[in-house]
Write a protein that binds this ligand. Sequence first.
Ligand code: NAD
Length: 387
Amino acid sequence: MMKSGIYTQLAPVLFGNDTVVRAGETVKDLGCKKVMLVTDKGVLEAGAAGKVRHVLEQSGIEVVLWAEAETDCPEESVKKAAAIGRCEGIDGVVGVGGGSVLDTAKAVSAVVPNDDQVLEDIILYLTGQKDYANTPVPVIEIPTTAGTGSESTFVAVVTSEKLDCKIGLPVPPAYGIVDSSLMKTVPPYITAFTGMDALSHANEALTEQKNTPHSDLLAYEAIRLVGENLPAAVKDGNDMEARDNLAFASSIAGIAFNESGVHIGHSAAHALGHLYHIPHGVCCANMTPAVIRFAAKKYPQKMKRLGRLMGADITSDDSETIGKEAADAVRTFARAVGVQSFKELGLTKEQVLAAKSMFYGDALCMAFGGEVTEQDALDILADAYDE
Ligand code: NAD
């Protein structure tokens, strides 16, 4: 019998090379006349934000450009952007950038028609104890990295000052435009860790409590596409076939984990990223082999299939052997595309283990489709460090 579950697709996604030229009509169809274009300096310099701005203005949409988005979406930056957006009377937000920008755009779209209190009460919104007094303005998400899949997920991951951690504010996007031509300029290292982020989403979606045959299907395909295309895109950023395949992988991995979920690897990655200021994708890349090894105890056949998609010739049906071989394949892959280990990044084992107190027991950590003990959490962190 197939496992029962709900199929969901949060928002329409316009996908394909050069589809961004249709951003103006999309934004107009959503009823927006004056939007805030949220981006960051890197994306502005790379030209992607300017291209979108031009397309929007050609369609008669007024654009308020805000290029001050910061890494990991600190709540202060959301407040700054929202204050300007409110003052300008915007009726929509367009995010053009990596996950940090897309999350900022989502959060701004919720704060503008409400107020900064949204960010103070973030946990109440996340746990469904509070609803927005005013509906967020539509947010259109245009990713420029192939990693987060944020255009397909219901949360903005915000760095909360009050809670001193990264936490999700629920804000579903109205529309996504996934155009790999905007990703050509992503430097090799960022290409590598964002691709590993997409892989980590797919991996965790396979073993989160809400996994379905539908989310599995998307996750396996995302894993195959990352395995086959990430090395080529890291080697040559202008390899548009690889970029296109990774853009698709990131987007469907986003759909997979929005439907299923992510769990202990992401819970740990959020804590480690917050504590030691390591890029999200690097944390996920380093957690993934350890999570695979742990998950193989309960889901050996899923981890065997993942390992094979990542190039491991796994023939055994012994869960420990499967876990080790699949984890080794992913770790070797991560090093080959240039993602450094926690050790190489200068962290001590004690620092990595110390992250446990920040995430063990939280809802994300416990979303794994099986039991996770405190000792498991420590063992997973130790495994991620020791390799
Ligand atoms: P990022 O957005 O922080 O960007 C990293 C760097 O890449 C920045 O300096 C940026 O300027 C640069 N960059 C982006 N696109 C570029 C381009 N086309 N050309 C040149 N440079 C470019 O990195 P990310 O990995 O995309 O996003 C990470 C964030 O996303 C984290 O905060 C993470 O928590 C969040 N996230 C959110 C979700 C979600 O569902 N909402 C899912 C996964 C991750």
